[in-house]
Write a protein that binds this ligand. Structure first.
Ligand code: ADP
Ligand code: ASP
Ligand code: MG
Length: 422
């Protein structure tokens, strides 16, 4: 039986028909080397951003079902064009959307998780000698409702398909040469990593390094998918391999740094200090499928016996969070307001090498202090330290941390895509 290779191409890689021709060539090259090829594509260029912008002209909180109907159309365009481009080069290809394949997700709109993938249709078409092109980002519920996997979710479609098909490799082709020590658009002399562990990559992705969708890394780790990030525009470069930590030798305490500018901080003020309050607050957010990141509860005030609970959520979840919290007001009996602060950013340092190595956190705090940056919240895991800072300080913080942990390269990174204009 032939080996299956899953290739994924992001928006920049399919931004226009010339670039789609280039993608067709890369798929054909893989097929010519004797493998079966499944190609997952995102929407062209900044299509998804434009679709979001149009929806926001009607409402700040458009129906999440209709948002999924709208956003899933972007990938529908690129799969058909790519299949045509492959056919035009004399090879057999067929495109499928998530509904046709059977990429089954839970019944949640805008950030659904994949629960099953049917592989029959793909396998039959591979066996018939075709290159199979599949829409990323989309899913379908058991009842036939269209869902999407969350922004950047095509990476997860590709890795989940690779796992379901027991693929030899999943290559994520993008507009940079691989995973870098930080975003090379912000720090041009960031170093490209040849390898990174699943665990570090997962933390980096959660910390805002959007080169990979966090759930793609989670899925790759769970199913041991051989995952590589590489450039669509320089396919000779081997990119970055994401693999199990046991195979890695760790020299540096910090492997990478990241900044996440997409979060907002909410503070529920004067909450009664009694058992069950936090459970009610975060339970109600969980019911609405809102992910909470950093959480801090202040000491109880002696006189009023109340405290404040501060936490961060994704900016796109602010309205949903506020409405969930308002519904709880009577039940919990909190007296104060809910404060919302959008002017924040989370900067993080990540590295398996920081385990059992004292002094890493203090170096981070000292670096921020030297820049006169106030730390507003801190959270840690075994291999990550995150600090919440004012948004306008994030870039300086990132650059200084990248430098202090000696992550710089003497080369300038090659970055191809442009930033969205919307
Ligand atoms: P695609 O459209 O191919 O999915 P994305 O824009 O989602 O591409 O991801 C690639 C981008 O991720 C890069 O252009 C880069 O600016 C950004 N990025 C952020 N952090 C990193 C990092 N540590 N390494 C590489 N790229 C990063
Ligand atoms: N097109 C979707 C987005 O822009 C999914 C993806 O690109 O991975 O978020
Ligand atoms: Mg992406």
């Amino acid at each position: 039986m032939k080996k299956i290779i899953v290739q994924k191409f992001g928006g920049t890689s399919v931004a226009d028909t010339e670039k789609i021709k280039n993608v067709a060539k890369l798929a054909i090259k893989e097929k010519e080397s004797g493998n079966d090829v499944v190609v997952v594509v995102s929407a062209m260029g900044h299509t998804t951003d434009y679709l979001v912008k149009m929806a926001k002209d009607f409402s700040t909180v458009p129906s999440s079902r209709e948002m999924d109907m709208l956003l899933s159309t972007g990938e529908g365009v690129s799969i058909a064009l790519l299949a045509m481009a492959i056919q035009a080069q004399g090879y057999d290809a067929v495109s499928f959307n998530a509904m046709q394949v059977g990429i089954i997700t839970e019944n949640v709109h805008s950030k659904a998780r994949i629960i099953d993938i049917k592989t029959d249709k793909i396998r039959n078409n591979l066996n018939a000698g075709k290159i199979v092109v599949v829409a990323g980002f989309q899913g379908v519920t058991e009842d036939g409702e269209i869902t999407t996997l969350g922004r950047g979710g095509s990476d997860t479609s590709a890795v989940a398909l690779a796992a379901a098909l027991n693929a030899e490799r999943c290559d994520i082709y993008t507009d940079v040469e691989g995973v870098y020590t930080t975003d090379p658009r912000v720090v041009p002399n960031a170093s490209k990593l040849d390898k990174i562990s699943y665990e570090e990559m997962l933390e980096l992705a959660h910390a805002g390094a959007n080169v990979l969708h966090p759930r793609s890394v989670e899925t790759a780790k769970q199913f041991n998918v051989h995952l590589r990030v590489r450039s669509s525009f320089n396919s000779e470069n081997k990119g970055t391999l994401i693999q199990g930590v046991e195979k890695m030798e760790i020299y540096k305490p910090v492997a990478g740094v990241a900044a996440d500018l997409s979060q907002a901080r909410l503070v529920v003020c004067d909450v009664p200090d009694k058992p069950g309050t936090a459970a009610k607050i975060f339970g109600s957010l969980a019911k609405e499928n809102i992910s909470v990141d950093m959480i801090i509860q202040s000491y109880a005030r002696k006189v009023s016996n109340t405290n404040d609970i501060a936490f961060t959520v994704d900016m796109s979840d602010i309205d949903k969070t506020l409405s969930a919290l308002k519904k709880l007001k009577e039940d919990i009996g909190y007296e104060g307001d809910i404060q919302v602060d959008k002017n924040i950013a989370k900067v993080s340092i990540i590295g398996a090498g920081m385990i059992d190595r004292p002094g890493i956190a203090s170096t981070m705090f000292e670096t921020l202090a030297n820049l006169d940056i106030n730390i507003r919240m801190i959270s840690t895991s075994e291999i990550k330290i995150s600090c919440l800072v004012d948004k306008e300080k994030a870039e300086d913080a990132l650059k200084a941390l990248h430098k202090v942990f000696k992550l710089e390269s003497d080369k300038t990174a090659d970055v191809k895509g442009d930033l969205p204009q919307v």
